[in-house]
Design a protein around this ligand. Structure first.
Ligand SMILES: [Zn+2]
Length: 270
């Protein structure tokens, strides 16, 4: 057993030294930061691994991307997916409520990402992988049936787990993060990149940006009201507690968000 803090490339050499040249199956137990570091190191050593998340705060449990800090700045790194996932609801139920809400917000942000994907298809002819698109959407939709009182029920945790795994599948099928990461993720990444001292839980940053973008920039809502869902779920309140930016500051983040990666989103139409 190797104990790590996770989330930072600083520990990578240490962890790689423990696992390389061993005939072993690695079991990664912990939150997103721990899983992301194990994913990265297992990939570097070409070792199989299984994730055992201690919470469901983002789609790291089954994604082909690790978010890790390198000299204080977070980077997205491509990794091998796990060969399996074990989610013990008794453990998940003991994790902080705000992390589960962040997981919901990260999953539901697929509904923003796919709208950006569609926009890129319509405006600049970017191709859409339809299976990936559909998986990203169907992963998120069941969440909309829930409210705060369901947060620790088996049904809810099952749909959240399934949704996060299906999101990971969407990324693997398209070979990119188009279906799960749009303009709302660019804002979250811009906060991590340019205001690391103000950066907070990934899913909450994504949720904050998602709600703002839906309210101010999207013309076609497809009948989905994210603002009222977030309110019903207790996500609005949690976002207000954690996000260090006011809505008035949102627009000043857009030019920074556009620098993150070359991805056509609703920001290109403003
Ligand atoms: Zn995310």
């Amino acid at each position: 057993m190797v104990l790590i803090k996770g989330g930072d490339l600083m520990e990578a050499d240490f962890l790689i030294a423990q696992i390389k040249d061993k005939d072993a199956l690695i079991l990664a137990f912990g939150g997103g930061s721990v899983l992301d570091l194990v994913k990265y190191c297992a990939t570097k050593c070409n070792q199989p691994y299984i994730t055992l998340p201690s919470t469901l705060s983002n789609d790291a449990i089954y994604s082909s991307v690790s978010r890790l800090s390198d000299n204080g700045k977070k980077k997205s790194l491509g990794v091998q997916p796990p060969i399996g996932i074990m989610v013990d609801f008794d453990i998940i139920r003991k994790s902080p409520k705000e992390l589960l809400l962040a997981g919901v917000a990260d999953l539901v942000s697929n509904l923003s990402a796919i709208q950006d994907w569609k926009l890129a298809y319509n405006n600049i002819g970017e191709s859409i992988n339809e299976l990936s698109f559909m998986l990203a959407k169907e992963a998120a939709i069941p969440m909309l049936n829930y409210s705060a009182k369901d947060l620790f029920s088996d049904e809810f945790l099952f749909d959240l787990t399934n949704g996060l795994i299906t999101s990971g599948l969407s990324m693997m099928i398209s070979g990119n993060t188009r279906g799960t990461s749009g303009s709302e993720h660019l804002i979250s990444h811009a906060i991590d990149e340019f205001f690391p001292e103000k950066s907070t839980i990934h899913g909450l940053q994504v949720g904050w940006a998602h709600a703002y973008i839906e309210k101010h920039y999207r013309k076609n809502h497809e009948g989905i009201n994210i603002e009222s869902f977030f309110y019903r779920m207790g996500i609005t309140e949690t976002i207000q507690k954690h996000i260090g930016f006011s809505d008035d500051e949102f627009e000043s983040l857009i030019p920074l968000a556009k620098k993150i990666r070359n991805r056509y989103t609703v920001f290109n139409t403003l």
